[in-house]
Design a protein around this ligand. Sequence first.
Ligand SMILES: *Cc1c(COP(=O)(O)O)cnc(C)c1O
Length: 388
Amino acid sequence: MMNVPFYSLDYVNRTLGDALRESFSDVLDSKWFIRGNRCSEFEETFAAYCGKKACVGVGNGLDALTLMLKASIILGRMAEGDEVIVPANTFVATVLAVRAAGLVPVLVEPDRETCVLDASRLAEAYSAKTRAVLVVHLYGRLANMPAICEFAKSKGLLVFEDAAQAHGAFLDERNVIASPFDELRVNSAKQSDAAAYSFYPTKNLGAMGDGGAVVTDDLELAQVVRSLGNYGSYEKYVNKYVGVNSRLDEIQAAILLAKLPHLDSWNKRRQEIADRYCAEIKNPLVRVTPVPAKPKSHVWHVFPVFSEKRYELQKFLKERGVETLIHYPIPPHLQEAFNGALSRGELRYGTLPIAEELALTELSIPMGPAMTDDQVSYVIEMINSYAL
Ligand SMILES: *Cc1c(COP(=O)(O)O)cnc(C)c1O
């Protein structure tokens, strides 16, 4: 029997251990731990990597989402009480951020195959109170940004991206997700207003603690996000907004700077593994997500499979040394925290059947740059041998 962990950070220690130790000791020697040179350098480097003008480091992904939305309210582009369209199968943080900013999340069903926002459902979710779409590139799969931006443009909506699972995903060779599609740029059509990233340790680009960032071409928005993360002040002890304390510290920035140059090759390894999973998992009891048309548009933060007998499959794999997780077992609208009162109407079990089906059947199988070819083969063999 082989042991295959769900995700291992071995590859980081193996390839970068010394560099990371050096990063730590550089910060130690600098005796400057918050909002210093490393944070600025990382912000510049990551903005350039994303093809965007500005990046603001914050404390975590939830704060990146919340502050991006709050800053848009401060700038008068939205108002508290406005509706924001969000995919119903997202990680809870997306919805928490909308609520924290005083906005109303309107949950829409995802596409059952790709698990991301279904652009064809935007029209029915839209109301006179809708002011924005918050796209989530779930599992690292890019949502259909051209179609979503086109709809947003036709209604004058803002577009935000929750890119916490999609660092380095490309629409094509040149455009990262926070950038517009070429045709959109040429037509000067609407593009995403800002994207929020998380650097939680297990994300495709992870820190060694919490971290997050807002990436945007909108310098005004970036400035307000930066101020909001620093008690709402631009000038020490002068408070312009009701802010919070949410900053990317120097140690995390130094770690991220050391890791960023490797992100593309790590994502490439994820894509190789996913290609094999897509081609070689053949079991009528296990549904595999389809391969995206543009191969680089997916960075496989998670590789989901779907099975009616999800828990049985999970147990079967566990007994054979293969560790799996579920992303996510309870969709936001059924979480006790929201008490059925999320969005416009009452949201009970049965109101969002696709999101509910995905939550009941999803199983995330091992994925990550550390996986060996033998481990990939073993996972495939075990899944294919599963029978009732
Ligand atoms: C991880 C994640 C977040 C939250 O990021 P934190 O850094 O953990 O706050 C938000 N949205 C999605 C889709 C995520 O995967």
